[in-house]
Design a protein around this ligand. Structure first.
Ligand SMILES: *Cc1c(COP(=O)(O)O)cnc(C)c1O
Length: 360
């Protein structure tokens, strides 16, 4: 018999969204925080032009993409690494910097993949309480253990949609031991860049990492491109555990073109914010408890887990898939992506009808 390592055998597979629509029905998926519109036309064109070069391995140093990102963000110190989505980088961080004698810390309603990455690395995963679905810096600091190696902070958070101010993140960093790596996962960072609170220079402290992705604001989840700014020493260790050819040639070309089309990406963020606020207002007026969000999704809290399950089941029967959040410690909540406008409006209407006790 072939057996995996005991800590792997004990794991359950990562719970991706269930996407099986009822028979004969079109699926409306608002379950994976995908964009409300396609990638920039420039990105699509660049990808198509790259197909013919598929016989050759991709650039292992993502040179053009790193230059484009560095210029757009005015990133001076630190080194950019790209990943097969930011999940890839999160997994590599856990493998390189934690393990059986170490632990990883995140807040109670943090992005569930942080826990998965810890399990794969066979590190203990600790959590700290949040206040009203917002990360609590004092809670994290109190939860630090002698063996804590990494603190993961998604900012803005998923599935909560809330964010910490930069001052709070700096207070967190200042309160952590210098040998603890603080990973600031800004998967939704582009949606809040207009606030002017960027964290890049914190990487200069040598124990902070900032991660971003093309999956959300750039509408390129299917291309699998994530990236981050790393202190040079951390980047050197990361390189040892990373797949050396992790981002396809086509995806690199598309990402470069997408970075060069900031107008399109910013417009996507504005369209998303407008539809999000409209949706949030409609749901709140209908009596839902909606957490104010700065991202491309809303977290809707119900009184009891059974209510969240009932609403989810009722919408699923109509082919509309939101996402339950037991994995993030929120069994009484549903997360709804601000997706294509007609889909989002339809889902909102169904929710409002469900609230009135109507049969959908
Ligand atoms: C979506 C998401 C990711 C994963 O992004 P990929 O780049 O698609 O792997 C990482 N962190 C958070 C908080 C996310 O919401």
């Amino acid at each position: 018999m072939i057996n995996a390592l005991p800590h792997i055998i004990q794991m359950s597979p990562y719970a991706l969204a269930d996407m099986t629509a009822p028979a004969g029905m079109d699926l409306i998926s608002l379950s994976q925080n995908e964009s409300l519109r396609p990638p920039s036309p420039h990105a699509i064109k660049a990808a198509a032009e790259g197909l013919a070069d598929g016989a050759v391995y991709p650039d292992p140093d993502w040179t053009r993409l790193r230059v484009a990102l560095g210029e757009i963000h005015g990133i001076g110190s630190g080194e950019i690494l790209c990943g097969n989505g930011s999940l890839d980088l999160i997994g590599c961080l856990a493998r390189a910097f934690s393990g059986p004698e170490k632990s990883i810390l995140a807040s109670r309603h943090a992005y569930p993949f942080f826990a998965t990455a810890a399990l794969i690395a066979n590190a203990r995963f600790d959590t700290s309480p949040e206040k009203n679905c917002t990360v609590c810096v004092d809670g994290l600091l109190h939860a630090v253990q002698p063996d804590t190696a990494i603190v993961f902070l998604a900012n803005p958070g998923n599935p909560t949609g809330t964010r910490l101010s930069k001052a709070e993140i700096e207070r967190l960093r200042a309160g952590l031991r210098a040998d603890i790596l603080l990973v600031i996962d800004e998967a939704y960072g582009e949606f809040t860049d207009h606030l002017g609170e960027r964290c890049w220079e914190m990487v200069g402290m040598q124990n902070c990492i900032v991660l971003r992705t093309f999956s959300k604001a750039y509408a390129m989840a299917g291309y699998r491109v994530g990236w981050g700014l790393f202190p040079e020493r951390v980047a050197n260790e990361m390189r040892k555990v990373m797949n050396p050819n992790n981002v396809t040639h086509v995806a690199q070309l598309a990402a470069v073109a997408a970075v060069s089309d900031q107008t399109y990406m910013k417009e996507t963020c504005q369209m998303t914010a407008a539809l999000r606020e409209q949706t949030s207002q409609t749901l709140t007026q209908a009596g839902f408890d909606v957490i104010p969000s700065v991202t491309n999704f809303l977290l809707i809290r119900f009184e009891m887990p059974e209510n969240a399950r009932d609403a989810d089941t009722a919408l699923r029967a109509k082919g509309v898939f939101l996402r339950r959040q037991q994995g993030a410690g929120l069994p009484n909540a549903l997360r709804m992506t601000i997706g294509p406008e007609p889909d989002t409006i339809k889902a909102t209407e169904y929710l409002c009808r469900w609230m009135k006790g109507a049969i959908l």
